[in-house]
Design a protein around this ligand. Structure first.
Ligand SMILES: Cc1cc2nc3c(=O)[nH]c(=O)nc-3n(C[C@H](O)[C@H](O)[C@H](O)COP(=O)(O)OP(=O)(O)OC[C@H]3O[C@@H](n4cnc5c(N)ncnc54)[C@H](O)[C@@H]3O)c2cc1C
Length: 327
């Protein structure tokens, strides 16, 4: 990737003087890893977000949207372009629906829905990041996913400079997948549909899920959540090598046709393994944690090693769940 020229930087700063030069992206990611973005802009409204992209386009300047930074690994060399954080915090709960800006924090939106007596989004109170990031990756846990709630997603298309509303069917949601992962669209806003429920039962469920999360995932450590997608199989023939290893595959995984990546990594005894300060969490084998000062290169070396071991010894190809930026 080419460096931005001084002229490109100055022109952008003349339109958005609050943008920053050489901003360390480690300060804006949950992993606390990543070199500087040559330009960094915090877009607090959708108009600012679109304005920044239009200004970048006019100068042929590469740009990247960040939400909460909870599912990205940024290169040690940083990002040679404009990193735009979308942080608009607007959401409303009305009757059975929630309208939320993509920049709004998931936990706040899901909590507002729960407080209003709507059920179906309790799990969202445990997922870091923004609503936009969650739609992009069809985030989910504890049996819920964004796709269960989305009615429409409003996007801005940088190719045409137009906004449009995509109905759910066009969002092509799949397991940690969506249309947005394959098409360069900016998610601005969404309409979610929930069901009315009993407020006390909803509150209890939220507390239960938060407690489960605390018990099963590393707390107070820097990570990007699950590093790898779980392995979905169509046919048990795909598990032939894994089955030869002796240990029983848990019944629920066979039933769901999904083998947990954490289970595979744990099976190989890799919990606690490290490259530099990047370490496989002792609590959850699919979480790689930064124990202090880890570099993106350390994380990549560790993920490559894990993928190789899992492929060679268990016959499964793990895929990244985390998005790579600036590589
Ligand atoms: C401790 C921990 C626990 C986690 N648990 C879960 C879990 O249970 N389930 C789960 O699914 N995930 C989980 N994650 C991963 C992460 O929280 C989710 O993927 C989250 O939805 C990412 O949102 P974000 O705003 O942080 O996105 P970011 O990390 O900022 O970005 C992720 C991707 O989304 C794109 N993006 C973000 N906003 C927009 C937008 N407005 N328009 C277009 N593209 C956009 C970015 O360009 C990037 O490619 C966890 C992460 C952590 C750190």
């Amino acid at each position: 990737m080419h460096e931005l020229t001084e002229q490109q930087i100055k022109t952008f700063l003349s339109v958005f003087p609050e943008a920053k030069r050489d901003e360390p992206l480690s300060a804006h990611t949950y992993l606390k890893i990543g070199g500087p973005a040559q330009l960094y802009f915090d877009a607090k409204t959708a108009d600012d977000l679109i304005g920044a992209i239009e200004t970048a386009k006019a100068q042929n300047l590469p740009w990247y949207i960040l939400g909460g930074g909870s599912n990205v690994l940024v290169s040690d060399d940083g990002y040679k372009g404009l990193a735009i954080r979308f942080s608009e915090q607007i959401f409303t709960v009305r009757e059975r629906t929630v309208v939320s800006s993509a920049g709004a924090l998931m936990v706040l939106v899901a909590k507002a829905a729960a407080d209003a007596g709507l059920t179906g989004f309790e799990w969202g109170t445990t997922v870091p990041g923004t609503v936009g990031g969650a739609i992009y990756g069809n985030a989910g846990c504890f049996g819920g996913e964004m796709k269960d709630l989305v009615v429409t997603v409003d996007v801005y298309d940088p190719a045409t400079s137009k906004r449009r509303a995509l109905p759910k069917a066009e969002c092509k949601f799949g397991y940690r997948d969506s249309f947005f992962k394959h098409k360069n669209l900016v998610i601005l806003k969404t309409l979610l549909s929930l069901a009315p429920g009993d407020k006390d039962a909803i509150k209890t469920r939220v507390e239960e899920l938060q407690a489960k999360r605390k018990a099963s995932q590393p707390q107070g450590e820097f990570s990007a959540g699950c590093m790898f997608k779980n392995f979905e199989f169509k046919d048990e023939a795909e598990l032939e090598i894994l089955k030869r290893q002796g240990d029983e595959i848990p019944e629920d995984m066979l039933k769901r046709k999904t083998i947990s990546a954490g289970w595979l990594i744990d099976k190989l005894g890799l919990k606690g393994m490290n490259v530099g300060a990047a370490k496989v969490s002792d609590t959850h084998a699919n979480f790689l944690v930064n124990t202090g000062g880890a570099r993106a290169q350390d994380v990549l070396q560790l993920t490559s090693f894990i993928k190789m071991k899992v492929r060679d010894e268990l016959g499964v190809m793990l895929e990244d769940e985390v998005q790579l930026v600036g590589f």
